[in-house]
Design a protein around this ligand. Sequence first.
Ligand code: HPA
Ligand code: ZN
Length: 363
Amino acid sequence: MTGEPVTDSDIRRDRARFIHGLPKAELHLHIEGTLEPEMMFALATRNGISLPYADVEAVRRAYVFDDLQSFLDVYYAGCAVLVTERDFYELTAAYLRRAAAQGVSHAEIFFDPQTHTDRGIPFDTVVTGICRALEDGQRRWSITWRLILCFLRHLSADAAMTTLEQALPFRNLIAAVGLDSSELGHPPSAFEAVFRRAREEGLLAVAHAGEEGPPEYIWEALEQLHVRRIDHGVRCWEDRLLVDRLLADRVPLTVCPLSNVKLGVFPDLAHHNLATLLRHGLRVTVNSDDPAYFGGYVADNMVAVAEALALDRGEIVQLARNSFLASFLDEAVKRERLSEVDHAATQGGWTAPQIPPARSSAG
Ligand code: HPA
Ligand code: ZN
């Protein structure tokens, strides 16, 4: 019959179209990690900053990482080109344009103020540039948003507290605090006081935990930082009691499949535990983390993981639903967004429920 997928490439194309067409919330996205090499060069020229790369291709070639730290070294170096409010505006606007094309209708965005204030960039410059773009993006692309301030865990708890104090005049623009950067050796428990203070100010909390770090860090994030979501969290699977706790409290995991492979958390997508976690009933979401560095935005991540792990249509729709369920949207808006997912799911052209896994050993 005409129009029905007949070859593997038809199926792949229809599945990618279906995934792009599903409304999605992106919940784990470092805005500094959306700095594409072309923009890095343009901003370096505009701001008179020299880069240790000859051209855009040399930058892309340098994006081969052994682990989280080897990535962070490159990521923080790239941030040096971000100087003016206009730079932060353009960075965020460029992300939103791409996100709109990937079916994102709500974005909860991390920013790392210490990466900029430690270079002498005022907090105000960073937050104003990002938020002006988010407001324009909401008007232009109908993408609703929340902003999450991340503390750098390789710096001290005192430095985090100073950053929180700098943020308080902008309290109305910030929904939550988070914790990122080098995980090993920097447990969440070190940041208990600053997270308590943030909660007293009415801010919600999330934290990166269980990306490279052990399940104990996830326990600490839950028990001591009182987080609403765990960013990454894939190492939870090593601790059955922890998995039970995450299930019982429906704690969302903001999983970033392409990031995990690029940073060596899993050897390849076929060995990623996302499908295992999802099929166990955990509230798994798919996100892009630092898409300019890891090779794909949110729909690209979903397409890649759906193919590698043979996710069926219902599982893909569940991922889109989970993204809104796990979001910080008001309950009424959440319900609207969920019904938009359900509506889009009935429209999609992709009807093949069984997709063979990409790995050759499957069967
Ligand atoms: N993990 C920790 N910190 C980060 C990351 C990440 O994947 N991306 C940017 N900062
Ligand atoms: Zn991250």
